[in-house]
Design a binder for this molecule. Structure first.
Ligand SMILES: *[C@@H]1O[C@H](CO)[C@@H](O)[C@H](O)[C@H]1NC(C)=O
Ligand SMILES: *[C@@H]1O[C@H](CO)[C@@H](O)[C@H](O)[C@H]1NC(C)=O
Ligand SMILES: *[C@@H]1O[C@H](CO)[C@@H](O)[C@H](O)[C@H]1NC(C)=O
Ligand SMILES: *[C@@H]1O[C@H](CO)[C@@H](O)[C@H](O)[C@H]1NC(C)=O
Length: 471
């Protein structure tokens, strides 16, 4: 039993020791914004809140209050700060105005009974809520209130209609009753805002995202967030892309990512090479990186490039005359396959991709073997972020070919480079750009949008710094 516990602890600490594939940081500026958004949400849920009917007696007067509704909310000064194990949301100087109806009975020598409307102004409302943030068993974030306290500065009741001398007999009692009622009710509303509203909003966070129906991007939390008291909050995510139908781990680990040192934006996301490399790995082992290039794949102006006979426009039979001579009036298919998982790495401010593969050329008519080529492709990729998705496009692509086997004699490198640039890059670049244009969605909820977004490249890491806008 003891050994089991030791092993379990070891396993847990081993898994936690793995670097995250992706991490986020919410800065002070982000929390200030979050607090404004939270107050706006709170203001919406407070406005229109009904306060239960009240009744009481003060000396010779008994009263009843009914239809009491909070009809305005004035913003307090507020802030969210990071504590050792969560957040603290504090607001000072909140004001409320309340409307209602009153009725009283004066049980004096001459009984009087009357009623009318009341206006109540409440000022100096302060509250302080502890918020605990954690992760549930499925890697989703959890939020809960860990305690709310509230105090009410002053409550002033103004009666409309009737005789002031009677109101003065029970005004103080009404004010005290309302103060007591509000004190309890505000924390109930705030706790609900955290435990229900914020919690439901977090539950909508995309922690797994489907990509092209074949891949699954895993943004699950791999551990508790880190709380840097007074400064920021960091969350750590798996950041791995799986093959949806067989979720096995990639045989390599995420690299360590540099610290996020910038603090001017509200929110930072650091995404490591790992996210892209696990995608490339899954694509490779599931044979997604194979393609048979035929005439129909070529751009219009290169359409006839795979012909073995041509006049005017260059074709493969003209570029490699040996092919044209040996097998005239045919078309060629290039069977292309990747030999290893393409590798992406960010270094020296550039995103570099390396791919390597084999190209077999055969004639379409008769399946006659022509050539086997070895291809190595290097590319630089420009990355950018738009609408909470990250997109890539090839900014520079180089392809090196060399002959591994030939059925048509010796072929020079110049010729091969011509083929590389005419057919393969002309085909591959738009294909890869199409893929890059699909975009990888970043882990945010649907109602949060990125503004003033900046992308920075660090070692093995793509860092996105952004301000947020809540809608
Ligand atoms: C390419 O063609 C070969 C032979 O016809 C076939 O076995 C293979 O499945 C094709 N590959 C793709 C990706 O279409
Ligand atoms: C290339 O081959 C296709 C189909 O065999 C043919 O229609 C086309 O005319 C050829 N192009 C040239 C320039 O000969
Ligand atoms: C990708 O290439 C870099 C640099 O060559 C290397 O350090 C890294 O291990 C490679 N990553 C994978 C997943 O193959
Ligand atoms: C293909 O080229 C790469 C890089 O030049 C080399 O490492 C590899 O061994 C070559 N493969 C074959 C089959 O020639």
């Amino acid at each position: 039993m003891k050994l089991y516990v030791v092993c379990a602890v070891l396993i847990v600490s081993l898994t936690e020791a793995k670097n995250p594939g992706l991490k986020t940081r919410i800065t002070d500026a982000g929390l200030t914004y979050a607090s404004q958004v939270a107050i706006e949400q709170l203001s919406k849920s407070v406005k229109g809140q009904k306060i239960p009917d009240q009744s009481g007696r003060s000396g010779d007067v008994s009263y009843e209050l009914s239809n009491i509704v909070i009809d305005s909310f004035s913003n307090p000064s507020c802030g969210i700060t990071v504590t050792a194990d969560g957040l603290n949301w504090k607001a000072d100087g909140l004001g409320l105005s309340i409307n209602g109806h009153f009725h009283y009975k004066y049980h004096g020598i001459i009984p009087i009974s009357d009623g009318g409307n009341i206006d109540v102004s409440v000022s100096g409302v302060n509250f302080n809520v502890g918020i605990s943030l954690g992760v549930d068993g499925t890697g989703r974030p959890k939020i809960a209130s860990s305690g709310c306290s509230c105090s009410i500065g002053s409550v002033g009741v103004h009666f409309h209609g009737g005789a002031a001398w009677i109101y003065n007999l029970f005004k103080g009692v009404v004010e005290d009753a309302l103060k007591k009622q509000l004190n309890g009710q505000l924390c109930t509303i705030i706790n609900k805002a955290v435990n229900t509203d914020a919690s439901q909003s977090l539950a909508k966070l995309k922690v797994t995202v489907d990509i092209a129906k074949m891949f699954m991007l895993d943004y699950r939390f791999i551990g508790r967030p880190a709380f840097n008291t007074g400064h920021f909050l960091e969350t750590y995510h798996k950041g791995e892309i799986y093959w949806t139908n067989s979720m096995t781990e990639a045989p390599f680990d995420p690299p360590s990512m540099p610290q996020i040192s910038s603090t001017t934006k509200m929110f930072y996301i650091s995404m490591s090479d790992y996210v892209f490399n696990t995608l490339a790995y899954e694509a490779q082992i599931h044979k997604m990186l194979e393609y048979n290039l035929t005439q129909k794949d070529l751009p219009a102006k290169e359409k006839d490039f795979l012909n073995t006979t041509c006049v005017g426009t260059p074709c493969i039979g003209q570029v490699i005359p040996q092919i044209g001579k040996k097998y005239p009036n045919r078309q060629v298919t290039m069977f292309m396959s990747s030999d290893f998982s393409p590798n992406m790495s960010v270094s020296n401010g550039k995103v570099n991709v390396l791919c390597g593969g084999t190209i077999n050329m055969l004639t379409v008519q008769g399946d006659l073997f022509l050539l086997t080529l070895n291809a190595t492709m290097t590319a630089s990729v420009a990355l950018n972020v738009k609408r909470e998705k990250i997109y890539g496009s090839i900014s520079e692509m180089k392809l090196k070919l060399h002959v591994v086997k030939s059925n048509v004699g010796q072929i020079s490198d110049t010729v091969l480079n011509f083929i590389a640039n005419t057919a393969i890059i002309a085909f591959a670049e738009p294909q890869l750009n199409k893929l890059g244009a699909k975009g990888i969605p970043l882990p945010v909820t649907d109602n949060v949008h990125f503004i003033n977004t900046e992308v920075t490249l660090n070692k093995d890491t793509l860092m996105i710094g952004t301000d947020l806008q809540y809608q």
